[in-house]
Every structure is written in structure tokens, then in C-alpha cells.
Write a protein that binds this ligand. Structure first.
Ligand code: SER
Length: 341
């Protein structure tokens, strides 16, 4: 049992969690970290956290146990089924992505009511929350704002958009008809991420995975057929900038935040531009294109880029890496080390 202020990270062994743990457990960290994931953490990550719970976000008894044992005032709810996987199992996706998020919001509400401080709750949403009806509209729209085209075509996108609303509800309107005011115990903060590219991990189950898959395949000497057309364009971000954005948003003074959900972007190359850069770095790479028309349809419904000016203004979103530097300064050094290039 620990009554020190604690952080709970769900989905901690996933791509974002992997990198976030290192930052949240750095020497001067104010809070101890507790994790919850279906899969055990890698030993070097496990060594950094106070306790890892191996289990499901759908297991409410396990969540009750964490409430009983820890005083959590920060939640990073990262656990989810990504977009491609969700399309194969929509009912399961709803369970994990929506019921799971609801369980964690209830968890945060109860924690906030018990210790009296708002629980700052980070939720990663996605460009999948957008749905552009056709390529002409996508081309004309350019950088989309948060509130435009909120008509997702995927189960995952619908789940994310609804959970954004749930978060806003818990933050501002929770049990609004009750005699006492119960809202304000959850301080919900959300980023709509573009496709993320990590040098450390290869994603699984996403639809923006073609870019990181291409890079990791080329670096490890494996042939790769990109599953979208060369002209396909969506925004991307290097993982360190995603983690920095999370940390900045979470530490921003509440009064600076004019929204609960922010677009964040960094660069938006086409699949052909990715291929050119990967070929330049790995001239021996065997890269082709084999369009999966169905997955292509999903990526075509996502914006070519996002307008993240509100994030830049409110809490200083400022990605360090653009397309070129993300390759040369971030991805290449770590990837070469990893695959021995
Ligand atoms: N990049 C994720 C995916 O493709 C979306 O959040 O599923």
C-alpha cells in the first residue's frame, strides 16, 4: 500500500508507453509509476516502475485493487486496439476502447473524490477521429482544424471521438443533476496524434503503420511492399516529440488550456517521399508498392495534415523533428544501432 502520489499508465508496454515510462521515472520524478498492461513489461522497464499489474482494463476488480493500494493523481490511459485490428473485431474494439476508457475515467473520478485533488488524465486520440469523404475534399481541406470533419469511417475512429466526448463529460459535466458538484475531479487532456514513428518499436495493428514498417524493414534488410499508393499523405511525428507533447500538455497550467482535445502534427510526407528518403539511407532496400484498397480507403479518409496552431499557442507544442531531421538525427542513429547497419 502506498499513499505517495502515483501515476498510472495503462497500455504501458505499447509503443508510446515504452518511451513515456523512461521520462516519468527519470531521477527527479515527483511521482512513482504503476502500470497496467495485458503483457508484462520488458525487464528493463519493469525495473523502473513501482509495480506493474498484468491484466485487463476491463477487469474492474483489478482497478479497485489499484485504487485501494495507490493514491493516483495522474493517469495516462494508452491501452487500445488500433485501427486496422479494430476493423476486424469491431465489438471487441468497442469493449476495449470505449468500455476500457470509461472504466479508467470512473477510476480517475473515484480517485479524485477520495483524495480531493483533480486527477489529470491523458488520453491519446488520433487523426482517425476525422473522416474526409473523398480525395478531392481531402486535397481541398489541407490542414484540418479539430472540429472539422468529425465523421470517422472506422470503429477505432468512432471509439476515439466518443471517448473525447466522454472525457469532456467527466471533466465538466459529470452527474450534473446531483445535489453536490462532482465534476472537476477529472482534468481530461487529449491529443489527436498523427501517425507515430519510433526507432525503438515496430507498431502493430495500425493503419499508419506503412511508414514505420517501411523504415524498419529496410533497416533490417527485409523486402517491403507499401500498402498505400505513393501519393498518399497523412501527418506523422517522431516518437520523442509525441512524448514531449504529452509531457508539455500534462504540465500546462489548466487555465492556459482552451480546449480538452488538441491536434498535434509535425510533418506530412507522402508515401513516395518516405520511400525516397528510405532508399537514400538504405540503397540496397527492396521496396515496392502493393496497394491494399481497403486499408487505402481508411488512410484516404484521414486528413493530409492537421492545423495544430491552438496547441502551439496554448501550451507550446513545438516538435523538434521535421521530416528530414526525424530521419537523420533520430531514426537513423538508433535504427542503425538496433539492426547493425
Ligand atoms: N496510427 C494509429 C493507427 O493507424 C491511429 O491512431 O491505428
Amino acid at each position: 500500500m502506498s499513499r505517495n502520489p502515483s501515476v498510472l499508465i495503462t497500455g504501458a508496454s505499447g509503443e508510446i508507453g515504452h518511451e513515456l515510462i523512461a521520462h516519468l521515472t527519470a531521477g527527479d520524478a515527483a511521482r512513482q509509476v504503476v502500470t497496467l498492461d495485458l503483457n508484462p513489461l520488458q525487464p528493463e522497464l519493469a525495473a523502473k516502475v513501482r509495480q506493474q499489474f498484468v491484466g485487463s482494463i476491463l477487469d474492474t476488480q483489478l482497478l479497485e485493487r489499484i485504487i485501494a493500494e495507490y493514491e493516483v493523481d495522474r493517469v495516462y490511459h494508452l491501452a487500445a486496439l488500433l485501427s486496422t485490428r479494430s476493423e476486424f473485431s469491431p465489438a471487441l474494439a468497442h469493449k476495449v476502447n470505449v468500455e476500457g476508457a470509461l472504466n479508467l475515467l470512473e477510476f480517475a473520478q473515484k480517485q479524485g473524490e477520495s483524495h480531493g485533488r483533480p486527477v489529470v488524465f491523458f488520453y491519446p486520440s488520433s487523426i482517425a477521429a476525422f473522416g474526409l469523404p473523398d480525395l478531392a475534399t481531402k486535397a481541398a481541406a489541407g490542414k484540418v482544424k479539430e472540429d472539422d470533419f468529425n465523421v470517422p469511417t472506422t470503429m477505432y475512429g468512432a471509439n476515439k471521438l466518443y471517448c473525447e466526448h466522454l472525457g469532456r463529460y467527466y471533466s465538466r459535466h459529470y452527474k450534473q443533476l446531483a445535489a453536490e458538484t462532482l465534476s472537476g475531479k477529472v482534468d481530461f487532456r487529449c491529443l489527436r496524434f498523427p501517425g507515430l514513428i519510433s526507432a525503438e518499436t515496430v507498431p502493430s495493428g495500425g493503419t499508419s503503420d506503412y511508414a514505420p514498417e517501411m523504415i524498419h524493414a529496410a533497416a533490417s534488410g527485409k523486402p517491403y511492399d507499401c500498402f498505400v499508393r505513393p501519393d498518399t499523405r497523412i501527418p506523422f511525428m517522431a516518437m520523442p516529440d509525441a512524448v514531449t507533447a504529452i509531457l508539455r500538455l500534462m504540465s500546462a497550467p489548466r487555465e492556459k488550456l482552451t480546449r480538452s482535445v488538441y491536434n498535434v502534427g509535425a510533418f506530412a510526407p507522402s508515401a513516395a517521399e518516405f520511400e525516397t528518403v528510405v532508399r537514400a539511407a538504405f540503397p540496397m532496400a527492396t521496396l515496392g508498392t502493393k496497394v491494399d484498397t481497403k486499408r487505402q480507403g481508411i488512410v484516404d479518409s484521414w486528413p493530409a495534415d492537421v492545423d495544430d496552431s491552438t496547441a502551439r499557442r496554448d501550451w507550446g507544442h513545438a516538435p523538434k523533428y521535421d521530416f528530414a531531421t526525424s530521419f537523420h538525427d533520430y531514426l537513423m542513429p538508433s535504427i542503425r544501432k538496433r539492426y547493425g547497419g
